[in-house]
Write a protein that binds this ligand. Sequence first.
Ligand SMILES: C[S@@+](CC[C@H](N)C(=O)[O-])C[C@H]1O[C@@H](n2cnc3c(N)ncnc32)[C@H](O)[C@@H]1O
Length: 282
Amino acid sequence: MSTALDNSNEGHGKASAMHAAAMDKKTDKQAVYNAWADKYDQELAENNYMAPKAVAKAVLAELRGDKFVDIQMVTEESNSEVTTTVTDCTSTSRDLEILDAGCGTGLFAEEFFRMLKEEEENTALRAKQLNVHMSGCDISPEMMKYCFQRGYHRLDVVDMNKSMILPNSFESVSFNNYNTVRNGAYPPNSFHIITVVGTFNGSHVKPTPAIPELMKMLKPGGVMLLTLRTDALREHGFAEVLEELKNGKSGGIGEECDKVEIEQFQFLVGVVAELVKVWKKK
Ligand SMILES: C[S@@+](CC[C@H](N)C(=O)[O-])C[C@H]1O[C@@H](n2cnc3c(N)ncnc32)[C@H](O)[C@@H]1O
């Protein structure tokens, strides 16, 4: 796989002046992304932004087979109830809770729902009749206004560099006509799947407190999928946090981590990133 990867833009990409402003450590991210929102999708498409598709594909792989979600399957042939092996998650319904953290305009959900529909038409996944509840959060409400048409059910304005977990600093706010909750939005053990696509890097969201908090927000047996440009992996403490997760030391952030898998993929034209999958213990 790695032979075809092109990292000639060395982790930064060349999308536009807005992209450069977004990557600048000194800029206010809410202001930059609010201003970029209307042109973001087009500019990223022009630079062949592949991360949402890569992550959606990886999430679908998690959902295939009988492994991930503990649900009751109704087989088409007999219409009789068959209980799948209880493997990972504690949920006993078909409800699948996903959080797309740093969701932006919702490109991940667009890819995910398109692929899920195709899978449901063609494969055994149809029998699961998943009821997907997609939550999204981001620091930019202007970016998120595009999420409603992409299947998100709940959207929150959240600064992921602050605490996201209830009951800490819970503060309900109404912002640009969204039902929003600023920091402190989520109880622990809330989500089967958490995705963070293109949002972890040194200038946007730092590894701590976000990664330990997202681990807490995962249900036991859940999985977090995040992308990290190769340059971000080397800097900003991401590598150390991933190492801690892998170590699984008692009392550390890895205590609840079952395993970590990392593979490289083409993120943008000329930019390679790591797709990191972190499973929480059952
Ligand atoms: C490169 S975009 C990725 C958006 C989306 N996930 C995608 O793949 O298109 C980065 C996103 O991170 C958001 N962001 C930046 N800093 C943030 C923070 N501190 N907390 C939450 N979101 C943040 C931006 O508003 C933006 O939507």
